[in-house]
Design a protein around this ligand. Structure first.
Ligand code: SAM
Length: 235
């Protein structure tokens, strides 16, 4: 359902930021880890740009989809909190607030330490995360996305005390020409971290140089840019 609703939305909107922060700094041919790669729609762009990719994600279903789209890529079902890879990478990228899926500061710390561990010295890690403004927007309001064979409904809730956010997704997909539709529903949990918590965790993980830029300042003009921040961290 994630792929059906969002896969085509993120990349075009985030491209100016990825161009400035990642593609312009990491030469083609570099070995890149796509961290929490999901169904592989950003991976596809990395392949198109000539990087050598490994993609990891904890969802076996999304990895299966990614493999079917990009059979030449080394995809692994792996939890970002305990990365196990046999080689070092020139760079890592984690897109679409994937690290907000880590629900405790310890989990975030483990993930950042794991990414630090697989980078070569001088290697770059770029990722984006949602800040509190993003979760405070449109609380409880359904967003509806209608196409001929699919209707998607998305709404978010956020608890500022626990910093937990949940996004409820309902999708109606047309499965036959005689107007038979299937409904599916899922709830995705995230946690909000503030900028200084994330910078602290990066420092604790061992990153020696860290830069932050709001998605807006990095050229993300659509709604995707609201309350989103990009981090660049060098090992
Ligand atoms: C919003 S999606 C982004 C996917 C992809 N980066 C993209 O831009 O399309 C978040 C992804 O994080 C993955 N994820 C969540 N928790 C994870 C974990 N602990 N380890 C690895 N992947 C995780 C989910 O399965 C999902 O594919």
């Amino acid at each position: 359902m994630y792929h059906a609703l969002w896969a085509d939305w993120y990349l075009p909107a985030a491209l100016p930021a990825l161009e400035q922060l990642f593609f312009s700094r990491v030469p083609a041919g570099s070995r890149v880890l796509d961290v929490c790669c999901g169904s592989g729609h950003v991976t596809k762009e990395l392949v198109r740009r000539g990087y050598q990719i490994t993609g990891i994600d904890s969802s076996a279903a999304l990895i299966a989809y990614a493999r079917s789209e990009l059979p030449q890529v080394d995809f692994r079902v792996q939890d970002v909190r305990c990365i196990q890879l046999e080689r070092h990478y020139d760079a890592a990228l984690s897109t679409f607030d994937s690290l907000n899926h880590l629900l405790t500061p310890d989990d975030l710390q483990m993930a950042l330490s794991g990414v630090h561990g697989i980078l070569r010295t001088g290697g770059l890690f770029v990722f984006d995360m949602n800040l509190e403004e993003a979760y405070s927007l449109d609380i409880q309001e359904w967003t509806v996305d209608i196409s001929p064979n699919r209707i998607g409904l998305v709404r978010g809730t956020y608890d500022p005390v626990t910093k937990k956010a949940s996004t409820e997704l309902i999708c109606f997909s047309k499965i036959s020409e005689d107007n038979l539709w299937r409904q599916s529903r899922s709830v995705v949990e995230q946690r909000c971290y503030n900028q200084s918590e994330i910078v602290y965790a990066l420092t604790q993980a061992g990153f020696r140089r860290i830069e932050t830029v709001s998605a807006r300042a990095a050229g993300v003009t659509s709604g995707l840019g609201f309350g989103r921040i990009f981090f660049s961290a060098w090992r």
